[in-house]
Design a binder for this molecule. Structure first.
Ligand code: ATP
Length: 316
């Protein structure tokens, strides 16, 4: 039986605007999503049993049905019973490199990798859009994680419109490993505080989406203008997360003062990133921030923007 090794990249939000709420309980969003090179590694192989076995090297990641990778395998089993009957169950091993509960879609990208991996292992021949439609059932970020790169995401984040790939910039990510922010809490609090300004009519939502499409941010991306991109970074969730988590607000301020093209919290946080022109600049900013905040719980990663979604590292 073959074994597939997959690379599952994290993502950051270069832009996150909350437009309104939806009947399904989610929010109507307009975002620019961006893959980064910081990635989990997954190994997927048939095990000749009827079971899904999940292993992960990270103590905070569950290895039961609550893991998105496990749910992805379950979904494929349900959708393709004939393939399951032919090939049997799977062993999935996650080598976690992406910080957990960090606003970097670590779980979603593992789920996306299992969809891609089982498509190969079971020789299903599903296309990327077909895999993305399955991914929607697992979580709003999963369809993006399948294809990766740079994309405008609307709806609850599952409707994607790829734009010019942006892979020339570096970034430094910083996160307190003893801090996590609940995504449902962040959206609920945002609604309590800013719900009055929500737009919920289709025309209004479409108009916000087309404003982003034809606006300066997408233009700056298509011309790869790093400084303009840095100036235009935006995340509505900062309005509720930063006041509640002063440590994150202070981290953002220190990173901002240390230089780079622009600093922003990713998703619902608490990870903060600074975009940089070069690896050297990112390493310098990391050093400055590390000196200013001497907290052993503060972790840094220097990585690069990436144009890749899930990719195959090895097939045996
Ligand atoms: P997003 O940006 O999509 O909101 P996140 O980066 O904030 O996600 P995750 O790392 O995906 O957060 O983890 C959120 C929670 O999901 C974790 O606390 C963990 O209990 C659970 N989880 C389930 N599957 C995974 C997985 N494969 N990797 C990491 N966490 C997982």
């Amino acid at each position: 039986m073959r074994t597939y090794q997959l690379i599952a990249p994290a993502k950051i939000n270069l832009y996150l605007e909350i437009i309104g709420d939806r009947l399904d309980g989610y929010h109507e969003l307009v975002m620019i999503l961006q893959s980064i090179e910081l990635s989990d590694r997954l190994e997927i192989r048939s095990n000749g049993t009827q079971d899904i076995n999940l292993h992960c090297n990270h103590p905070l990641v569950p290895v039961d049905q609550t893991n998105i990778a496990y749910r992805a395998a379950q979904l494929m089993l349900e959708q393709f019973p004939q393939a399951f009957a032919n090939y049997g169950g799977v062993d999935i091993t996650i080598n976690k490199q992406i910080p957990v509960a960090a606003g970097l879609a670590g779980g979603s990208t593992d789920g996306a990798a299992v969809l891609v991996g089982l498509n190969l292992l079971w020789e299903l021949g599903l296309t990327i859009p077909q895999l993305q439609r399955l991914g929607e059932k697992l979580g709003s970020d999963v369809p993006f994680c399948v294809s990766g790169g740079t994309a405008i995401a609307t709806g609850r984040g599952e409707k994607l419109d790829p734009i010019q790939d942006l892979d020339n910039l570096w970034l430094v990510l910083a996160k307190y490993n003893n801090l996590s922010v609940s995504t449902p809490w962040a959206y609920k609090t945002y609604k309590q505080q800013f719900g009055e300004s929500y737009i919920n009519d289709t025309t209004g939502i479409q108009s916000r989406t087309s404003q982003l499409h034809s606006g300066p941010f997408v233009q700056a991306i298509s011309h790869k203008e790093g400084q303009k991109i840095g100036n235009l970074l935006h995340n509505d969730l900062e309005k509720v997360v930063l006041p509640e988590y002063p440590q994150v607000a202070q981290l953002k301020e220190i990173l901002q003062q240390a230089g780079g093209l622009g600093t922003m919290m990713s998703g619902s946080g608490p990870t903060v990133f600074t975009l940089c022109q070069s690896q050297t600049e990112a390493e310098t900013i990391k050093k400055i921030a590390r000196k200013k905040i001497e907290d052993p719980n503060l972790e840094f990663w220097v990585t690069k923007l990436s144009s890749n979604g899930i990719s195959i590292m090895d097939e045996q």
